[in-house]
Design a protein around this ligand. Structure first.
Ligand SMILES: Cc1cc2nc3c(=O)[nH]c(=O)nc-3n(C[C@H](O)[C@H](O)[C@H](O)COP(=O)(O)OP(=O)(O)OC[C@H]3O[C@@H](n4cnc5c(N)ncnc54)[C@H](O)[C@@H]3O)c2cc1C
Length: 494
């Protein structure tokens, strides 16, 4: 049962001060904050403005921002950045931005694919509230739960759980630098989704500035201060593998075709995703497909499952590595082997920052051989495209689509993530092979094209938005929490 800290004060009407400059805006904001919080804050450590120290401002702005596209000079910048150090500062900030009539962006881990947590291309001026100093994690093994503040990363959460127990875990994202605040609001899938569902499915409670919602995407309904999550059981020993095949090795796409048939039907303990890349091949190019997996059990059990359900991959005992669950987190996120698990406390990703556009699709029927051949052609047109197929089924198909605002459940075989500049071509090529009416996408893979140049009709789009708009109209009737793709209010009747 979700309980709420509902600060009705947000919805009182306030007088508006019109600031004259960015310095006076910050001064007005600070004065207002003092009036609305009893917990003191150090200006030096919590406020960052280009006027005062441009290099420090840039360092803080860039610290967790993941997409280099939105750090370009030409991109609009916040007037200042505020790093609250107490939850009461967050509440006070909302009251004060409202009073001052300035737009607010909220950032937890900074992974938004369209940079919406640190850039506003539609509203000026805007300020950035960065929650990275609110990252406490309190794990309670006795009652199988943890409270996690929004600014913590999933990697830190996993580490803190494993520190207390070898047989507990949490089913959220594979990339260890994701912020808990933004990530869980949109669903949060990872390598245990087939066994336990999404991070969002395993939420017990939340501290939130007014919204009764998880799953529908962040920054439309309110601000998450912390999630209370349900821990899940993991075995002391898990097994991982990565088996890579080139196009030439997978003659007739036999392995990939079989994967499409079995991926969502394998035992729930097994998650095998496929990561596509383009690589050099004797003076020309080929596509590589890496079958990257986590099995919640030991090598012997995994070999039995694979022999029965997916022998085509040709997995051998040598390919399999047994380890603890927390070590598997480090492995799957892409850190070099033998990296100590306490790397997770640094809140960083092993991969370089991205500089790309992402899109997603859901596949309900296996893509046949000729469809795959056309898809490979599209991939080979580019130098370094990236595409990942993540299997569904298991727990994902048991949770009803209306349980939380994450409808991609029964019937989905796998989800596609496309990432790079070529994606608009391949996205259009893939249309006949993916979900339709409406063509579905993962809200956490933010894509501002949606609702604009997709082939969905306007009525599809409106239908999909209606439930959200009803909630929006109830919990945020003034549309304070808004961004380029936030959920709209219902039109006023009359
Ligand atoms: C490299 C990379 C890997 C990824 N891997 C996965 C994965 O394995 N699984 C998966 O499910 N997704 C994955 N994602 C997508 C990810 O879940 C989303 O980008 C998610 O929104 C990130 O949360 P964040 O806090 O890091 O992002 P932010 O950029 O901080 O926030 C994202 C959105 O949520 C809003 N928001 C942030 N904090 C709050 C808050 N406290 N309250 C309300 N709204 C808030 C922001 O304003 C913004 O609109 C990945 C993304 C990237 C870039």
């Amino acid at each position: 049962m979700i309980s709420y800290i509902s600060f009705l004060a947000l919805f009182f009407s306030f007088y508006t001060i019109t600031p004259t400059s960015s310095t006076s805006l910050q001064d007005d904001f600070i004065n207002c904050l003092h009036k609305h919080t009893n917990v003191d804050f150090s200006l030096e450590q919590t406020f960052f403005t280009p006027a005062k120290n441009v290099s420090l401002f840039t360092e803080v702005l860039e610290s967790t921002a993941q997409n280099l596209r939105f750090l370009a000079r030409s991109m609009p910048k916040p007037v200042f950045i505020f790093n609250p150090t107490d939850e009461s500062h967050v509440q006070a900030s909302v009251i004060c931005t409202k009073k001052l009539g300035v737009h607010l962006r909220v950032r937890s881990g900074g992974h938004d694919y369209e940079g919406l947590s640190y850039v506003s291309e539609i509203e000026k001026p805007f300020i950035l509230m960065d929650l990275s100093k609110l990252r406490k994690i309190n794990v309670n093994i006795k009652d199988n739960s943890a409270w996690v503040q929004a600014g913590a990363t999933v990697g830190e959460l996993y580490y803190r759980i494993a520190e207390k127990s070898k047989v507990h875990g949490f089913p959220a994202g594979l990339c260890t630098s994701l912020g808990i605040g933004g990530h869980i609001t949109g669903g949060a899938y990872g390598s245990m989704m087939r066994k336990y569902g999404l991070g969002g499915d395993n939420v017990l409670d939340a501290k939130i500035f007014d919204a009764n919602v998880r799953g529908g995407g962040g920054a439309s309904f309110g601000i998450i201060l912390a999630w209370k999550i349900k821990l899940v059981t993991v075995p002391e020993t898990v097994t991982v593998f990565t088996v890579t095949k080139t196009l030439e090795q997978d003659v007739g796409n036999k392995i990939l075709s079989k994967w499409q048939v079995v991926a969502d039907k394998l035992v729930e303990e097994l998650f095998i995703r496929v990561m596509f890349k383009v690589a050099a091949n004797n003076g020309s190019k080929t596509v590589t497909m890496s079958y990257n997996a986590l099995f919640l059990g030991n090598k012997g059990m995994l070999m039995k499952v694979m022999k029965k359900s997916f022998p085509k991959l040709g997995l051998t005992r040598k390919d399999c590595v047994e380890m603890s669950w927390i070590e598997s987190i480090v492995y799957i996120s892409g850190f070099p082997s033998q990296t100590p698990t306490n790397v997770l406390l640094q809140g960083k990703s092993p991969l370089p920052k991205i500089n790309l556009k992402a899109k997603s699709d859901f596949v309900m029927n296996p893509i046949h051989h000729s469809g795959l051949m056309g898809m490979f052609k599209e991939l080979l047109k580019e130098d370094s495209p990236s595409m990942i197929w993540s299997p569904y089924g298991g727990r994902m198909s048991e949770v009803p689509e209306y349980e939380i605002p994450f409808p991609h459940r029964k019937g989905v075989i796998f989800k596609i993530l496309y990432a790079h500049n070529w994606i608009r071509d391949i996205y259009s090529y893939m249309m006949p092979y993916v979900s339709s009416n409406p063509r579905q996408s993962y809200v956490n893979y933010r894509d501002l094209d949606l609702g604009q140049n997709t082939k969905n009709t306007e009525s599809d789009f409106r239908k999909a938005q209606v439930w959200g708009a009803k909630i929006k109209s109830k919990v945020d009737p003034e549309n304070f929490f808004r961004h380029e793709q936030s959920i709209p209010r219902l039109p006023v009747q009359g």
